[in-house]
Design a protein. Sequence first.
Length: 86
Amino acid sequence: MGKRLNFRDFREQYLGGRSRGAVYNDIAAGRLPAPLKLGGTLFFDIDEVEAHLVRLREQQEQERALRAEADAIAAARRAERAARKA
């Protein structure tokens, strides 16, 4: 395990002071990994968070590429239909 930050410090240093509720929503939606609870304190493993964000970024890039490909196919079909009408 690498560097760990408690919930408050993680929110301030990595998330620009986002609200607790927003962070919990991000965890529930899979945008952030779940924190580790030690005693009564929640900690985020920074290495795990960074790896998770890299995976999310890669997934978003793949989704963008698929959307661009689908848009190109749709545009080609529209052009083909327009050419047939002309």
